[in-house]
Design a protein around this ligand. Structure first.
Ligand code: NAD
Length: 457
Protein backbone atom coordinates (compact mmCIF):
# COMPACT_ATOMS: atom_id res chain seq x y z
CA UNK A 1 0.00 0.00 0.00
CA UNK A 2 1.51 3.32 -1.05
CA UNK A 3 2.34 5.77 1.72
CA UNK A 4 0.11 8.85 2.20
CA UNK A 5 -2.91 7.21 0.54
CA UNK A 6 -6.10 7.36 2.62
CA UNK A 7 -6.67 4.26 4.80
CA UNK A 8 -8.72 1.43 3.35
CA UNK A 9 -12.25 1.20 4.53
CA UNK A 10 -14.72 -1.67 4.26
CA UNK A 11 -15.97 -0.52 0.84
CA UNK A 12 -12.42 -0.47 -0.57
CA UNK A 13 -11.75 -3.98 0.73
CA UNK A 14 -15.07 -5.19 -0.67
CA UNK A 15 -14.38 -3.60 -4.05
CA UNK A 16 -10.90 -5.14 -4.23
CA UNK A 17 -12.34 -8.54 -3.34
CA UNK A 18 -14.92 -8.20 -6.13
CA UNK A 19 -12.40 -7.13 -8.78
CA UNK A 20 -9.85 -9.72 -7.65
CA UNK A 21 -7.13 -7.22 -6.69
CA UNK A 22 -7.25 -7.89 -2.92
CA UNK A 23 -3.73 -8.85 -1.79
CA UNK A 24 -3.23 -11.34 1.02
CA UNK A 25 -0.28 -11.94 3.32
CA UNK A 26 -0.24 -15.04 5.54
CA UNK A 27 2.29 -14.81 8.38
CA UNK A 28 3.31 -18.29 9.54
CA UNK A 29 3.08 -20.86 6.77
CA UNK A 30 3.32 -24.09 8.72
CA UNK A 31 0.85 -26.96 9.03
CA UNK A 32 -2.18 -24.63 8.98
CA UNK A 33 -0.89 -21.38 7.44
CA UNK A 34 0.50 -22.90 4.25
CA UNK A 35 -2.66 -24.75 3.13
CA UNK A 36 -4.64 -21.62 4.12
CA UNK A 37 -2.41 -19.42 1.98
CA UNK A 38 -2.77 -21.87 -0.92
CA UNK A 39 -6.56 -21.74 -0.65
CA UNK A 40 -6.53 -17.93 -0.77
CA UNK A 41 -4.27 -18.11 -3.86
CA UNK A 42 -6.45 -20.84 -5.38
CA UNK A 43 -9.44 -18.48 -5.12
CA UNK A 44 -7.60 -16.10 -7.46
CA UNK A 45 -6.23 -13.66 -4.84
CA UNK A 46 -2.52 -12.80 -5.02
CA UNK A 47 -1.07 -14.28 -1.83
CA UNK A 48 2.29 -14.06 -0.14
CA UNK A 49 3.44 -16.30 2.71
CA UNK A 50 5.85 -15.03 5.34
CA UNK A 51 7.86 -17.34 7.56
CA UNK A 52 11.07 -17.07 9.58
CA UNK A 53 12.01 -20.59 8.43
CA UNK A 54 14.34 -19.82 5.51
CA UNK A 55 14.59 -23.48 4.47
CA UNK A 56 10.80 -23.75 4.23
CA UNK A 57 10.55 -20.51 2.22
CA UNK A 58 13.27 -21.68 -0.20
CA UNK A 59 11.61 -25.08 -0.63
CA UNK A 60 8.26 -23.50 -1.44
CA UNK A 61 9.74 -21.01 -3.88
CA UNK A 62 11.60 -23.77 -5.68
CA UNK A 63 8.32 -25.65 -6.14
CA UNK A 64 9.02 -28.37 -3.58
CA UNK A 65 5.91 -29.19 -1.59
CA UNK A 66 6.30 -29.74 2.11
CA UNK A 67 3.16 -31.23 3.65
CA UNK A 68 3.52 -34.66 2.11
CA UNK A 69 1.16 -36.22 4.67
CA UNK A 70 -1.77 -33.94 3.69
CA UNK A 71 -3.93 -35.60 1.03
CA UNK A 72 -4.68 -33.30 -1.96
CA UNK A 73 -2.10 -30.74 -0.81
CA UNK A 74 0.30 -31.51 -3.70
CA UNK A 75 -2.30 -30.80 -6.40
CA UNK A 76 -3.39 -27.43 -4.94
CA UNK A 77 0.25 -26.49 -4.32
CA UNK A 78 1.27 -27.25 -7.91
CA UNK A 79 -1.71 -25.34 -9.34
CA UNK A 80 -1.14 -22.11 -7.43
CA UNK A 81 2.65 -22.17 -7.91
CA UNK A 82 2.16 -22.69 -11.68
CA UNK A 83 -0.36 -19.85 -11.81
CA UNK A 84 2.15 -17.65 -9.95
CA UNK A 85 -0.53 -16.72 -7.43
CA UNK A 86 1.57 -17.64 -4.40
CA UNK A 87 5.15 -17.16 -3.25
CA UNK A 88 6.93 -17.03 0.08
CA UNK A 89 9.41 -14.71 1.78
CA UNK A 90 11.08 -14.27 5.14
CA UNK A 91 10.83 -10.49 5.44
CA UNK A 92 7.55 -9.37 7.00
CA UNK A 93 8.46 -5.72 6.51
CA UNK A 94 8.50 -6.18 2.74
CA UNK A 95 5.31 -8.23 2.58
CA UNK A 96 2.85 -6.46 4.89
CA UNK A 97 2.87 -2.87 3.56
CA UNK A 98 1.90 -4.13 0.12
CA UNK A 99 -1.07 -6.24 1.33
CA UNK A 100 -4.71 -5.50 2.16
CA UNK A 101 -5.29 -8.49 4.42
CA UNK A 102 -2.80 -9.99 6.89
CA UNK A 103 -3.61 -13.44 8.27
CA UNK A 104 -1.74 -14.63 11.36
CA UNK A 105 -1.26 -18.39 11.58
CA UNK A 106 1.51 -18.36 14.14
CA UNK A 107 2.30 -21.02 16.75
CA UNK A 108 0.70 -20.74 20.20
CA UNK A 109 2.44 -23.53 22.15
CA UNK A 110 2.89 -24.12 25.88
CA UNK A 111 6.27 -23.72 27.57
CA UNK A 112 8.00 -26.37 29.69
CA UNK A 113 5.89 -25.27 32.69
CA UNK A 114 2.72 -25.81 30.62
CA UNK A 115 2.07 -22.06 30.47
CA UNK A 116 0.66 -20.85 27.11
CA UNK A 117 3.28 -18.93 25.17
CA UNK A 118 1.91 -16.12 22.99
CA UNK A 119 5.30 -14.46 22.48
CA UNK A 120 5.37 -15.08 18.71
CA UNK A 121 1.96 -13.50 18.14
CA UNK A 122 2.92 -10.56 20.37
CA UNK A 123 6.27 -9.99 18.68
CA UNK A 124 4.65 -10.12 15.23
CA UNK A 125 1.93 -7.79 16.59
CA UNK A 126 4.69 -5.39 17.63
CA UNK A 127 6.20 -5.51 14.11
CA UNK A 128 2.76 -4.85 12.64
CA UNK A 129 2.63 -1.62 14.63
CA UNK A 130 5.48 -0.35 12.47
CA UNK A 131 4.09 -1.77 9.22
CA UNK A 132 0.35 -1.04 9.20
CA UNK A 133 -1.41 2.29 8.76
CA UNK A 134 -3.28 1.82 5.53
CA UNK A 135 -6.43 0.42 7.13
CA UNK A 136 -5.41 -3.18 6.46
CA UNK A 137 -7.40 -6.04 7.87
CA UNK A 138 -5.54 -8.32 10.32
CA UNK A 139 -7.18 -11.71 10.91
CA UNK A 140 -5.91 -14.05 13.64
CA UNK A 141 -6.37 -17.73 12.84
CA UNK A 142 -4.13 -18.98 15.67
CA UNK A 143 -5.76 -20.59 18.69
CA UNK A 144 -5.68 -18.21 21.65
CA UNK A 145 -7.42 -17.82 24.98
CA UNK A 146 -10.69 -15.89 25.09
CA UNK A 147 -9.76 -12.28 25.82
CA UNK A 148 -6.20 -12.43 24.42
CA UNK A 149 -7.16 -10.51 21.27
CA UNK A 150 -9.01 -7.75 23.11
CA UNK A 151 -6.69 -7.46 26.12
CA UNK A 152 -3.25 -8.09 24.63
CA UNK A 153 -2.87 -8.32 20.85
CA UNK A 154 -5.04 -5.29 20.06
CA UNK A 155 -2.98 -3.02 22.35
CA UNK A 156 0.29 -4.46 21.04
CA UNK A 157 -0.64 -3.63 17.45
CA UNK A 158 -1.95 -0.19 18.43
CA UNK A 159 1.41 -0.02 20.08
CA UNK A 160 3.98 2.21 21.56
CA UNK A 161 6.13 3.31 18.60
CA UNK A 162 3.44 4.46 16.21
CA UNK A 163 0.16 5.22 17.88
CA UNK A 164 -2.24 3.30 15.62
CA UNK A 165 -5.97 3.31 16.04
CA UNK A 166 -7.94 0.14 15.53
CA UNK A 167 -10.88 0.75 13.18
CA UNK A 168 -8.92 3.43 11.27
CA UNK A 169 -5.27 2.47 10.75
CA UNK A 170 -6.04 -1.26 10.82
CA UNK A 171 -8.94 -3.57 11.55
CA UNK A 172 -8.62 -6.64 13.77
CA UNK A 173 -10.65 -9.84 13.42
CA UNK A 174 -10.45 -13.54 14.23
CA UNK A 175 -11.31 -16.68 12.33
CA UNK A 176 -10.02 -19.52 14.54
CA UNK A 177 -8.83 -22.42 12.44
CA UNK A 178 -10.24 -25.83 13.31
CA UNK A 179 -9.03 -28.15 10.53
CA UNK A 180 -7.45 -31.48 11.50
CA UNK A 181 -3.95 -32.44 10.41
CA UNK A 182 -4.11 -35.21 7.80
CA UNK A 183 -7.54 -33.92 6.69
CA UNK A 184 -6.89 -30.21 6.27
CA UNK A 185 -7.74 -29.86 2.58
CA UNK A 186 -10.93 -31.81 3.06
CA UNK A 187 -11.88 -29.90 6.22
CA UNK A 188 -11.40 -26.62 4.31
CA UNK A 189 -14.23 -27.69 2.02
CA UNK A 190 -16.75 -28.51 4.71
CA UNK A 191 -16.03 -27.20 8.21
CA UNK A 192 -17.99 -24.12 9.28
CA UNK A 193 -15.87 -21.16 10.36
CA UNK A 194 -16.33 -18.70 13.19
CA UNK A 195 -15.91 -15.02 12.42
CA UNK A 196 -15.65 -12.08 14.81
CA UNK A 197 -13.97 -8.72 14.96
CA UNK A 198 -13.09 -5.89 17.32
CA UNK A 199 -15.11 -3.45 15.27
CA UNK A 200 -18.42 -5.17 14.47
CA UNK A 201 -18.71 -3.39 11.11
CA UNK A 202 -15.71 -5.31 9.76
CA UNK A 203 -17.23 -8.78 10.34
CA UNK A 204 -19.20 -8.52 7.09
CA UNK A 205 -16.13 -8.07 4.91
CA UNK A 206 -14.29 -10.82 6.79
CA UNK A 207 -17.23 -13.13 6.04
CA UNK A 208 -17.25 -12.04 2.38
CA UNK A 209 -13.55 -12.83 2.05
CA UNK A 210 -13.83 -16.26 3.68
CA UNK A 211 -16.93 -17.09 1.63
CA UNK A 212 -15.00 -16.21 -1.53
CA UNK A 213 -12.12 -18.50 -0.52
CA UNK A 214 -13.74 -21.44 1.23
CA UNK A 215 -17.42 -21.59 0.37
CA UNK A 216 -18.37 -23.01 3.79
CA UNK A 217 -20.86 -21.91 6.41
CA UNK A 218 -19.67 -18.87 8.34
CA UNK A 219 -20.87 -18.41 11.88
CA UNK A 220 -20.85 -14.78 13.03
CA UNK A 221 -19.81 -14.41 16.65
CA UNK A 222 -20.64 -11.40 18.82
CA UNK A 223 -16.97 -10.74 19.62
CA UNK A 224 -13.46 -12.23 19.36
CA UNK A 225 -13.45 -13.72 22.86
CA UNK A 226 -16.62 -15.70 22.14
CA UNK A 227 -15.16 -17.06 18.88
CA UNK A 228 -12.00 -18.15 20.69
CA UNK A 229 -14.10 -19.65 23.50
CA UNK A 230 -15.98 -21.79 20.95
CA UNK A 231 -12.72 -23.08 19.47
CA UNK A 232 -11.41 -24.09 22.91
CA UNK A 233 -14.76 -25.57 23.95
CA UNK A 234 -14.85 -28.00 21.01
CA UNK A 235 -11.26 -29.16 21.50
CA UNK A 236 -11.34 -29.43 25.29
CA UNK A 237 -14.67 -31.29 25.04
CA UNK A 238 -12.79 -33.96 23.08
CA UNK A 239 -9.87 -33.90 25.51
CA UNK A 240 -12.18 -34.50 28.49
CA UNK A 241 -14.14 -37.26 26.77
CA UNK A 242 -10.94 -39.06 25.84
CA UNK A 243 -9.95 -38.94 29.52
CA UNK A 244 -13.35 -40.38 30.46
CA UNK A 245 -13.00 -43.32 28.07
CA UNK A 246 -9.39 -43.83 29.19
CA UNK A 247 -10.62 -44.15 32.79
CA UNK A 248 -13.32 -46.59 31.76
CA UNK A 249 -10.79 -48.51 29.67
CA UNK A 250 -8.61 -49.14 32.72
CA UNK A 251 -11.65 -50.14 34.76
CA UNK A 252 -12.99 -52.46 32.06
CA UNK A 253 -9.59 -54.16 31.69
CA UNK A 254 -9.93 -55.25 35.34
CA UNK A 255 -13.55 -56.29 34.81
CA UNK A 256 -12.85 -58.37 31.72
CA UNK A 257 -15.04 -56.10 29.58
CA UNK A 258 -13.89 -55.06 26.12
CA UNK A 259 -14.05 -51.24 25.84
CA UNK A 260 -14.19 -51.24 22.03
CA UNK A 261 -17.22 -53.55 22.11
CA UNK A 262 -18.82 -51.17 24.61
CA UNK A 263 -18.13 -48.14 22.40
CA UNK A 264 -19.50 -49.85 19.27
CA UNK A 265 -22.78 -50.62 21.03
CA UNK A 266 -22.97 -47.25 22.85
CA UNK A 267 -22.65 -45.49 19.47
CA UNK A 268 -26.06 -46.83 18.56
CA UNK A 269 -27.65 -44.43 21.02
CA UNK A 270 -28.33 -41.14 19.25
CA UNK A 271 -26.83 -38.85 21.91
CA UNK A 272 -23.58 -40.76 22.55
CA UNK A 273 -20.42 -39.48 20.85
CA UNK A 274 -17.64 -42.06 20.60
CA UNK A 275 -14.13 -41.32 21.84
CA UNK A 276 -11.42 -43.96 21.99
CA UNK A 277 -8.87 -44.98 24.62
CA UNK A 278 -5.18 -44.55 23.85
CA UNK A 279 -1.75 -43.97 25.34
CA UNK A 280 -2.54 -40.28 25.83
CA UNK A 281 -3.45 -37.13 23.95
CA UNK A 282 -0.83 -35.35 21.85
CA UNK A 283 -0.40 -32.75 19.16
CA UNK A 284 -0.28 -28.97 19.07
CA UNK A 285 -3.99 -28.54 19.87
CA UNK A 286 -5.90 -30.63 22.42
CA UNK A 287 -3.31 -30.78 25.23
CA UNK A 288 -2.36 -27.12 24.68
CA UNK A 289 -5.98 -25.97 24.60
CA UNK A 290 -6.75 -27.52 27.98
CA UNK A 291 -3.79 -25.61 29.46
CA UNK A 292 -5.03 -22.44 27.75
CA UNK A 293 -8.35 -22.70 29.60
CA UNK A 294 -6.53 -23.46 32.86
CA UNK A 295 -4.43 -20.35 32.26
CA UNK A 296 -7.56 -18.26 31.74
CA UNK A 297 -8.92 -19.63 35.02
CA UNK A 298 -5.70 -18.65 36.79
CA UNK A 299 -5.71 -15.14 35.31
CA UNK A 300 -9.28 -14.65 36.51
CA UNK A 301 -8.25 -15.82 40.00
CA UNK A 302 -10.93 -18.51 40.13
CA UNK A 303 -10.88 -22.24 40.67
CA UNK A 304 -13.66 -23.89 38.65
CA UNK A 305 -12.06 -26.15 36.09
CA UNK A 306 -11.86 -29.36 38.10
CA UNK A 307 -12.96 -31.60 35.23
CA UNK A 308 -10.15 -30.34 32.99
CA UNK A 309 -7.59 -30.89 35.78
CA UNK A 310 -8.87 -34.44 36.36
CA UNK A 311 -8.78 -35.13 32.60
CA UNK A 312 -5.17 -33.97 32.46
CA UNK A 313 -4.23 -36.38 35.27
CA UNK A 314 -5.85 -39.30 33.49
CA UNK A 315 -4.58 -38.57 29.99
CA UNK A 316 -1.06 -37.89 31.26
CA UNK A 317 -1.16 -41.14 33.28
CA UNK A 318 -1.90 -43.32 30.23
CA UNK A 319 1.75 -43.71 29.16
CA UNK A 320 2.48 -45.20 32.62
CA UNK A 321 -0.47 -47.53 32.16
CA UNK A 322 0.99 -48.71 28.84
CA UNK A 323 4.26 -49.64 30.54
CA UNK A 324 2.31 -51.32 33.36
CA UNK A 325 0.41 -53.65 31.00
CA UNK A 326 3.62 -54.25 29.06
CA UNK A 327 5.41 -55.37 32.26
CA UNK A 328 2.45 -57.56 33.11
CA UNK A 329 2.63 -59.30 29.71
CA UNK A 330 6.41 -59.79 30.01
CA UNK A 331 5.95 -61.23 33.51
CA UNK A 332 3.59 -63.82 32.07
CA UNK A 333 6.57 -65.33 30.20
CA UNK A 334 9.11 -64.51 32.92
CA UNK A 335 10.92 -61.81 30.96
CA UNK A 336 12.22 -58.83 32.91
CA UNK A 337 11.48 -55.36 31.51
CA UNK A 338 14.94 -54.34 32.68
CA UNK A 339 17.28 -54.88 29.76
CA UNK A 340 14.52 -56.00 27.37
CA UNK A 341 14.37 -54.88 23.73
CA UNK A 342 11.12 -53.03 23.05
CA UNK A 343 10.00 -51.87 19.60
CA UNK A 344 7.64 -48.93 19.28
CA UNK A 345 5.46 -49.02 16.18
CA UNK A 346 4.58 -45.38 15.53
CA UNK A 347 5.76 -42.22 17.24
CA UNK A 348 3.43 -39.65 15.64
CA UNK A 349 0.76 -38.28 17.96
CA UNK A 350 -1.98 -39.31 15.50
CA UNK A 351 -2.33 -41.75 12.59
CA UNK A 352 -1.02 -40.90 9.13
CA UNK A 353 0.67 -37.63 9.99
CA UNK A 354 4.32 -36.81 10.35
CA UNK A 355 4.07 -34.93 13.64
CA UNK A 356 5.51 -35.72 17.07
CA UNK A 357 4.50 -32.59 18.98
CA UNK A 358 3.61 -33.52 22.59
CA UNK A 359 3.38 -37.15 21.40
CA UNK A 360 2.61 -39.77 24.10
CA UNK A 361 5.36 -41.91 22.53
CA UNK A 362 7.93 -39.55 24.10
CA UNK A 363 6.59 -40.17 27.60
CA UNK A 364 6.52 -43.94 26.99
CA UNK A 365 10.16 -43.84 25.82
CA UNK A 366 11.18 -41.74 28.85
CA UNK A 367 9.58 -44.24 31.24
CA UNK A 368 11.12 -47.25 29.46
CA UNK A 369 14.54 -45.64 29.59
CA UNK A 370 14.43 -45.64 33.37
CA UNK A 371 14.39 -49.45 33.13
CA UNK A 372 17.40 -49.56 30.80
CA UNK A 373 15.31 -50.91 27.98
CA UNK A 374 16.81 -51.11 24.50
CA UNK A 375 14.39 -49.08 22.38
CA UNK A 376 13.77 -49.58 18.68
CA UNK A 377 11.41 -47.31 16.73
CA UNK A 378 9.68 -47.92 13.42
CA UNK A 379 7.40 -45.25 11.97
CA UNK A 380 6.76 -44.96 8.22
CA UNK A 381 6.82 -41.15 8.62
CA UNK A 382 10.14 -41.12 10.48
CA UNK A 383 12.42 -43.64 8.77
CA UNK A 384 16.20 -43.53 9.30
CA UNK A 385 16.18 -40.33 11.31
CA UNK A 386 16.48 -39.35 14.95
CA UNK A 387 13.38 -39.02 17.11
CA UNK A 388 13.55 -38.20 20.82
CA UNK A 389 17.32 -38.89 20.67
CA UNK A 390 16.80 -42.38 19.21
CA UNK A 391 17.80 -43.48 15.74
CA UNK A 392 14.73 -44.85 13.97
CA UNK A 393 14.64 -48.02 11.86
CA UNK A 394 14.06 -48.00 8.12
CA UNK A 395 12.93 -51.60 7.76
CA UNK A 396 9.89 -53.06 9.51
CA UNK A 397 11.19 -56.65 9.74
CA UNK A 398 14.49 -55.51 11.20
CA UNK A 399 12.66 -53.27 13.67
CA UNK A 400 10.63 -56.15 15.11
CA UNK A 401 13.29 -58.85 14.86
CA UNK A 402 14.69 -59.85 18.22
CA UNK A 403 12.22 -57.65 20.10
CA UNK A 404 10.98 -58.89 23.46
CA UNK A 405 7.85 -56.82 22.97
CA UNK A 406 6.15 -54.44 20.59
CA UNK A 407 4.14 -51.39 21.64
CA UNK A 408 1.79 -50.32 18.87
CA UNK A 409 1.51 -46.62 19.67
CA UNK A 410 0.10 -45.02 16.50
CA UNK A 411 -2.56 -46.53 14.23
CA UNK A 412 -0.87 -45.54 10.95
CA UNK A 413 -2.54 -47.30 7.99
CA UNK A 414 0.62 -49.40 7.58
CA UNK A 415 -0.06 -51.02 10.97
CA UNK A 416 -3.75 -51.74 10.51
CA UNK A 417 -3.33 -55.15 8.87
CA UNK A 418 -0.19 -56.50 10.45
CA UNK A 419 0.68 -60.11 9.66
CA UNK A 420 0.59 -61.32 13.27
CA UNK A 421 2.15 -64.73 12.65
CA UNK A 422 5.15 -63.03 11.02
CA UNK A 423 5.56 -60.99 14.19
CA UNK A 424 5.52 -64.16 16.29
CA UNK A 425 8.13 -65.67 13.98
CA UNK A 426 10.47 -62.66 13.94
CA UNK A 427 10.31 -61.56 17.57
CA UNK A 428 12.49 -62.94 20.34
CA UNK A 429 9.51 -62.99 22.68
CA UNK A 430 6.06 -62.53 21.16
CA UNK A 431 4.59 -59.81 23.40
CA UNK A 432 2.45 -57.05 21.91
CA UNK A 433 0.69 -54.09 23.52
CA UNK A 434 -1.90 -52.40 21.34
CA UNK A 435 -2.60 -48.80 22.42
CA UNK A 436 -5.05 -48.13 19.59
CA UNK A 437 -7.52 -51.00 19.56
CA UNK A 438 -6.61 -52.09 16.02
CA UNK A 439 -5.58 -55.67 16.82
CA UNK A 440 -8.30 -58.18 17.63
CA UNK A 441 -7.27 -59.96 20.85
CA UNK A 442 -8.48 -63.37 19.58
CA UNK A 443 -6.43 -63.04 16.37
CA UNK A 444 -3.34 -62.06 18.33
CA UNK A 445 -3.72 -65.06 20.64
CA UNK A 446 -4.33 -67.38 17.69
CA UNK A 447 -1.09 -66.14 16.11
CA UNK A 448 0.77 -67.09 19.30
CA UNK A 449 1.20 -63.56 20.66
CA UNK A 450 1.02 -62.61 24.33
CA UNK A 451 -1.44 -59.77 23.90
CA UNK A 452 -2.41 -56.74 25.94
CA UNK A 453 -4.48 -53.80 24.71
CA UNK A 454 -5.65 -50.62 26.38
CA UNK A 455 -9.23 -51.24 27.40
CA UNK A 456 -9.24 -54.88 26.31
CA UNK A 457 -10.83 -57.10 28.92
N1 NAD B 1 -1.85 -28.04 13.61
C1 NAD B 1 -3.12 -28.13 13.99
O1 NAD B 1 -3.67 -29.22 14.16
C2 NAD B 1 -3.95 -26.89 14.18
C3 NAD B 1 -5.32 -26.94 13.94
C4 NAD B 1 -6.07 -25.79 14.15
C5 NAD B 1 -5.45 -24.64 14.65
N2 NAD B 1 -4.11 -24.66 14.89
C6 NAD B 1 -3.52 -23.43 15.41
O2 NAD B 1 -2.95 -22.74 14.31
C7 NAD B 1 -1.77 -22.04 14.75
C8 NAD B 1 -0.60 -22.46 13.88
O3 NAD B 1 -0.38 -23.85 14.11
P1 NAD B 1 0.47 -24.77 13.12
O4 NAD B 1 0.19 -26.16 13.53
O5 NAD B 1 0.28 -24.36 11.71
O6 NAD B 1 1.94 -24.37 13.59
P2 NAD B 1 3.29 -24.68 12.80
O7 NAD B 1 4.34 -24.69 13.84
O8 NAD B 1 3.12 -25.85 11.90
O9 NAD B 1 3.46 -23.39 11.87
C9 NAD B 1 3.77 -22.13 12.38
C10 NAD B 1 4.73 -21.46 11.41
O10 NAD B 1 4.99 -20.14 11.90
C11 NAD B 1 6.36 -19.86 11.64
N3 NAD B 1 6.80 -18.78 12.50
C12 NAD B 1 7.19 -18.84 13.80
N4 NAD B 1 7.51 -17.61 14.24
C13 NAD B 1 7.33 -16.77 13.20
C14 NAD B 1 7.51 -15.37 13.02
N5 NAD B 1 7.92 -14.58 14.02
N6 NAD B 1 7.24 -14.83 11.81
C15 NAD B 1 6.83 -15.62 10.77
N7 NAD B 1 6.65 -16.95 10.88
C16 NAD B 1 6.90 -17.51 12.09
C17 NAD B 1 7.07 -21.17 11.90
O11 NAD B 1 8.34 -21.20 11.28
C18 NAD B 1 6.07 -22.17 11.29
O12 NAD B 1 6.36 -22.44 9.94
C19 NAD B 1 -1.61 -22.37 16.23
O13 NAD B 1 -2.22 -21.37 17.00
C20 NAD B 1 -2.38 -23.65 16.39
O14 NAD B 1 -2.87 -23.84 17.68
C21 NAD B 1 -3.35 -25.73 14.65
Amino acid sequence: MAKNTPPLNIDHLSERLRNGSLKICVVGIGRIGLPTALYFAKSGLQTIGVDINTELVNMINSGEYTLKDEPEFDKVFEDVINQKKFSAMTDISKAVPDCDVVLLSLPTPIDDQNIPDYSTLLSVGKSLNGLLSGGQLVIVESTVEPGFIENELLHTIEGSEKNLKSGIDFHLAVCPENANPGEIMNDFKKLPRLVASIDEKISTIVSEIYTHVFNVELIPMPNCKTANAVKLTTNVFRYINIAFINELAMLFEKLGVDTHTVIEAAKRKYNYQPHFPSSGVGGPCLPVNSYQLLNTEKKLGVDFLNIIRAARNTNEYMSKHVVKILSDALNEINVDLNGATITLLGVSYKPNVSDIQIAPSKEIIDILQKSEVKIKIFDPYFKSTTVFSHKTESNFDEAVSDADAIILVTAHDEFCNLDLSTLTRLMKNPVIVDCQGIIMPEKAKKAGLIFRGIGRG
